[in-house]
Design a protein around this ligand. Structure first.
Ligand code: S3P
Length: 432
């Protein structure tokens, strides 16, 4: 699908965004192994979370979905052996977390996905799972992954070589059924939804400080109990509207019920650093996570004349927001530099290349580095850009189009549905 978007004056209105993708994946998986029936409200509408539910259904888990309500009856005593391959679609979280869950349970399974997912590195989970005793066949560390069944895993202590919540969560899920305890050490804190949700389902998770990072442990044989939970709105989806409102002077947008987990909310601090007027109201806890309503208003263009650099420990907290921040940087007084973000090269697309190619096509002054980019304040003009099959690139460039002179065509824009099926209609509803 091609999407044509013209220049906009301002954004105004009150919206909600789909339930958080990371939290929805975890809620589905934990409900599937819990004793009893879990009710999940505001489950993410994303195709990615649909992939997780399909994998769980293929394991014989009873799932009823009606709108954004999902009801799951767990199988604490084990799953059916899956008949066919699991298709994880475009979803790295589905593949990496399911691999941990299934390896821990000793289930024979093959996990595969689309061309993008089959090109992404899986060695980062294969290595530590093998250390725990799993047998996994792959083609040079890429999917399809074939998990050999019937293996009982041993707990382990593992320090993450890359800051990755998916790898951390994979190992914690495997550890739930391993012999003894499993400890993951992370030097840089990553999103902690798995730890919070495991506790919500009654698992004893030990967390302690470790040299500026964290040590997280679970014990094998932990039993989970069903819960009722409401998933917060996805702050990474909200980020596109927050940035768009900050970029278009005169905007006034309210996004209700957004997740404000401190391991995910650095985007709000960056927008404030560029002069954005952000107000958070109605703060509360939902499903073990902080949430609230965010109002953003803008008077003039975002400005940080002395420059702004995203690097080091900040990167993990902003990892999914870097495409939209690149667009914000191109439209800001002072520009933006991103460093230490080599992980962007192994996301749904090579996001550094996708950002640089598209921003250049729109006339931006941008320099590419192996681990990031530097973009200067630029006059963007409409042109032809590509999503490169990457949902966050499609949505980031829809926002760029709102601020560019003339019309912009986004090729392959349909992939926005990977995280946000109604993105373009929600955007249109507040565009003036
Ligand atoms: C996610 C972790 C991050 C993030 C992804 C979702 C998760 O990936 O980019 O969109 O739900 O745990 P990494 O673990 O590869 O950093």
């Amino acid at each position: 699908m091609q999407k044509m978007i013209g220049k906009a004056k301002r954004l105004e209105g009150s919206i909600t965004v789909p339930g958080d993708k990371s939290i929805s994946h975890r809620a589905g998986m934990l409900a599937a192994i819990a004793l009893g029936t879990t009710r999940i409200r505001n489950f993410s509408a994303s195709e990615d979370c649909g992939s997780t539910l399909e994998c769980l259904a293929a394991l014989g888990v009873d799932i009823t979905r009606s709108g954004s309500d999902v009801v799951i009856t767990g199988r604490p005593d084990g799953f059916d052996a899956p008949a066919a391959e699991f298709d994880c679609g475009n979803s790295g979280t589905t593949m990496r977390l399911m691999a941990g869950l299934l390896a821990g349970l000793g289930i024979e399974a093959t996990l595969t996905g689309d061309a993008s997912l089959r090109s992404r590195p899986m060695g980062r989970i294969i290595g530590p799972l093998k250390k725990m005793g799993a047998l996994i066949e792959s083609s040079e560390g890429k999917a399809p992954l074939r998990l050999v069944g019937g293996r009982k895993l041993d707990g382990t202590e593992y320090e993450l070589p890359v800051a990755s919540a998916q790898v951390k969560s994979c190992l914690l899920l495997a550890g739930l059924n391993a012999e003894g305890s499993t400890t993951v050490i992370e030097r840089t804190p990553t999103r902690d939804h798995t730890e919070r949700m495991l506790r919500g389902f009654g698992v004893d998770v030990e967390i302690s400080d470790h040299d500026g990072g964290r040590r997280i442990s679970v014990r094998g044989g932990s039993r989970l109990k069903a819960v009722d939970l409401t998933v917060p709105g996805d702050v990474s989806s909200a980020a596109f509207f927050l940035a768009a409102a900050a970029i278009l002077p005169g905007s006034d947008v309210i996004i209700r019920d957004v997740g404000l987990n401190p391991t995910r909310s650095a985007i709000l601090d960056v927008l404030k650093a560029y002069g954005g007027d952000l107000q958070i109201t109605n703060e509360r806890i939902s499903g073990g996570e902080p949430i609230g309503d965010i109002r953003v208003r803008s008077e003039g263009v975002p400005a940080r004349p002395d420059g702004y650099i995203v690097s080091g420990e900040m990167v993990a907290n902003l990892i999914d927001e870097l495409p939209i921040l690149a667009v914000l940087g191109a439209l800001s007084d002072g520009g933006l530099e991103v460093r230490d973000a080599g992980e962007l090269r192994v996301k749904e697309s090579d996001r550094i290349a996708s950002i640089v190619t598209n921003l250049r096509a729109m006339g931006a002054d941008i320099e590419e580095f192996e681990d990031g980019f530097r973009v200067e304040e630029s006059e963007l003009k409409g042109g032809r850009v590509d999503s490169f099959g990457d949902h966050r690139i499609a949505m980031a460039f829809a926002v760029a189009a709102l601020a560019a002179e003339g019309e912009t065509t986004i090729e392959n824009a349909e992939c926005a549905a990977v995280s946000f099926p109604d993105f373009f209609s929600v955007l249109a509803s507040i565009t003036g």
